[in-house]
Design a protein around this ligand. Structure first.
Ligand code: HEC
Ligand code: HEC
Ligand code: HEC
Ligand code: HEC
Ligand code: HEC
Ligand code: HEC
Ligand code: HEC
Ligand code: HEC
Ligand code: HEC
Ligand code: HEC
Length: 331
């Protein structure tokens, strides 16, 4: 009701402006485009230079040609009146018609003269970003504007705030006492997670098996970890491959490949292969090396891992085996 009333008021203001102001443009233009102007002015939001009859702010007289002739091309037309460096309008779609995919130059039903809602605009060109099977619920519930600006940002990627700050606005993956995995502190959440959607569970960028016994070892099952770490920490025989070894025995191999029998040249594998998730938390931990304090929790009990780092190895107390220690010496 109020909207309707406002439309009538704005509509009549426009007619008054057209009738009383001898502005070049509207009067001349309305002689032949009156019906079009009426139709376009009936929308809810009207662009100031349009409603004030300043057609010539953007259009040149087309003479007999009857063609669209603008005073400036592309983004320059809009930036003639809107260039404000702080707003960084120039960033997102510079070049030809950079504003028009999203804004109507005359009027619109949406605020800020947009041709659709914020998300509808983004989807016009970036629809594929949410095509994968797991879509981040921040998008489903809140939309693109939760994290992005439409025009540009000093932080890059049109982000409203630093990427990790945005994430911690809704998620806290570590407590105060827990030390973060360097992947978080140095490379940020998006080094492992896609902020939009993924074919992997937990929006992961690569495969990561976190079930405790994920079947025979295959490198691909931990592609996520091996996108930064060398897989030789599991399969390597050299002393430099991993610190998790007892003398020359690679203890990552022992645990991750399965029960290992060492032979002269190498080893044969028997028994279950264990995932990294038996021992490591991908985000960090109070214990050294991101070692979890608990694993395999049921409703009543959690199996515990207590780790004592030592200068040249370490000691573990776990539910899997009682105290066990390793030392890199004596190899
Ligand atoms: C003497 C009549 C007349 C006047 C005055 C006039 N136009 Fe036109 N205009 C036409 C005709 C005829 C066409 C071609 C047919 C059409 O597309 O409507 C046209 C086409 C246009 C087009 C291209 C439309 C399209 O769909 O591509 C624009 C833009 C336009 N006029 C803007 C203006 C503006 C702005 C003014 C005022 C500065 C103006 N016209 C004044 C008659 C006029
Ligand atoms: C802020 C700049 C601006 C102002 C002010 C403006 N126009 Fe336009 N107008 C444009 C642009 C840009 C286009 C081309 C739109 C496109 O290509 O989608 C256009 C297109 C048109 C068209 C073609 C039909 C259409 O819907 O695209 C007509 C007719 C027209 N304008 C008339 C007018 C009249 C009459 C006025 C004054 C009452 C006016 N315009 C004021 C920028 C402006
Ligand atoms: C002749 C000067 C002029 C040109 C050219 C111009 N604008 Fe505007 N625009 C204005 C004025 C004046 C306002 C109202 C004051 C303000 O909000 O800054 C405005 C307001 C706006 C708004 C805010 C509307 C609202 O209701 O919040 C948008 C969006 C906008 N213009 C987009 C554009 C786009 C896109 C173009 C290029 C097609 C453009 N402008 C070209 C003068 C112009
Ligand atoms: C990708 C779509 C998109 C493009 C491209 C775009 N805008 Fe916008 N613009 C928007 C949206 C969405 C809003 C409303 C923002 C909001 O509601 O927070 C907006 C708001 C505005 C506003 C009013 C609010 C403000 O920030 O002052 C102006 C003026 C404006 N745009 C001008 C422009 C100009 C000029 C260009 C081209 C250089 C442009 N826009 C390009 C989507 C876009
Ligand atoms: C008309 C098509 C179009 C629309 C609509 C559009 N974009 Fe874009 N966007 C592009 C193109 C093309 C690029 C790549 C060129 C560039 O980096 O400027 C891009 C780049 C981006 C980037 C990367 C910028 C960077 O710094 O690397 C982000 C983020 C983005 N768009 C977000 C959005 C959001 C959010 C919306 C909705 C408000 C949106 N886009 C609407 C075409 C579009
Ligand atoms: C939870 C926050 C969040 C939401 C919601 C969000 N994004 Fe993003 N987006 C980001 C972050 C963070 C980046 C930067 C990623 C990076 O640097 O790897 C980004 C980057 C982008 C890029 C650039 C892609 C590239 O690889 O450079 C585009 C395009 C984009 N987003 C579009 C969208 C669209 C469209 C929507 C809505 C459907 C959306 N975003 C919703 C956080 C978000
Ligand atoms: C506006 C709030 C919001 C922001 C900001 C946000 N998220 Fe989310 N995120 C959610 C909600 C809601 C869920 C679904 C509920 C849950 O699992 O906690 C979710 C789920 C997730 C999941 C688990 C997905 C799954 O399959 O269970 C990951 C991983 C995630 N977000 C990462 C991020 C990252 C990385 C960022 C920063 C780029 C971020 N989130 C920013 C709200 C947000
Ligand atoms: C080294 C890679 C990596 C980094 C960096 C990372 N994550 Fe994760 N994240 C994972 C993995 C792997 C899982 C799945 C763990 C599982 O299911 O056992 C996960 C799970 C999640 C979940 C689902 C709930 C949970 O705790 O299991 C959320 C939410 C999440 N991450 C948010 C974040 C945020 C926010 C950041 C940045 C502060 C971040 N992640 C950084 C690898 C990472
Ligand atoms: C984005 C890169 C990245 C990814 C992905 C990644 N890490 Fe890391 N990780 C690092 C960096 C950087 C360090 C610091 C030591 C170094 O430079 O090797 C580190 C160190 C570690 C450490 C030693 C921790 C300490 O306190 O010294 C462990 C354990 C670890 N990562 C486990 C994992 C596991 C398990 C995964 C898979 C879930 C993984 N990482 C995925 C980058 C990554
Ligand atoms: C049985 C528990 C256990 C499992 C399973 C396990 N780790 Fe570890 N990992 C450790 C311990 C203990 C250390 C500390 C070694 C030391 O004292 O330097 C470690 C150290 C690391 C380091 C630091 C560099 C190094 O090799 O010493 C990385 C990276 C790492 N693990 C990644 C992984 C990845 C990736 C997986 C899965 C493919 C995995 N771990 C599986 C216990 C485990």
């Amino acid at each position: 009701m109020i909207k309707k009333y406002a439309q009538i008021v704005i509509g009549s203001l426009f007619i008054v402006a057209v009738m009383t102001l001898p502005v070049f443009g509207a009067v001349e233009c309305s002689q032949c485009h009156g019906a079009w102007i009426d139709k376009v002015s009936s929308k809810r939001v009207l662009h100031t230079p349009f409603i004030s009859g300043e057609c010539s702010g953007c259009h040149l007289d087309h003479g007999d040609s009857g063609e669209l002739v603008l005073v400036l091309d592309g983004t320059d037309l809009c930036l003639k009146c809107h260039d404000n460096p702080e707003r960084e309008f120039r960033e997102h779609l510079s070049g030809e018609n950079g504003c028009l995919p999203c804004h109507d130059p005359h009027s619109s039903e949406e605020k800020s003269l947009t041709v659709g809602s914020f998300d509808e605009l983004c989807m016009l060109c970036h629809g594929s970003i949410v095509k994968a099977s797991y879509v981040h619920q921040a998008i489903t519930y809140k939309g693109c504007r939760e994290c992005h600006t439409p025009h540009g940002s000093a932080l890059g990627k049109m982000l409203k705030a630093e990427s990790d700050q945005i994430c911690s606005g809704c998620h806290s993956v570590l407590t105060e006492e827990e030390r973060p995995h360097s992947a978080l502190s140095k490379r940020g959440c998006t080094s492992c997670h896609d902020p939009h959607s993924s074919t992997q569970y937990r929006l992961l960028k690569h495969e990561y098996r976190s079930d405790l016994y994920p079947g025979p070892y295959e490198e691909e099952k931990y592609s996520l970890c091996f996108s930064c770490h060398d897989s030789s920490l599991v399969t390597g025989k050299d002393l430099s491959d991993t610190g998790f070894r007892n003398g020359s025995i690679n203890l990552h191999a022992v645990h991750v490949l399965g029960k290992v029998r060492f032979t002269g040249e190498g080893f044969t594998v028997k028994g279950k292969s264990r995932s990294c998730a038996n021992c490591h938390d991908p985000h960090g931990s109070v214990q050294a090396f991101g070692l979890k304090r608990f694993f395999e929790c049921t409703e009543t009990v959690c199996r515990k891992i207590t780790f004592f780092p030592e200068p040249d190895g370490g000691r573990c107390l776990t539910a899997c085996h009682e105290r066990a220690s390793y030392t890199r010496q004596g190899s």
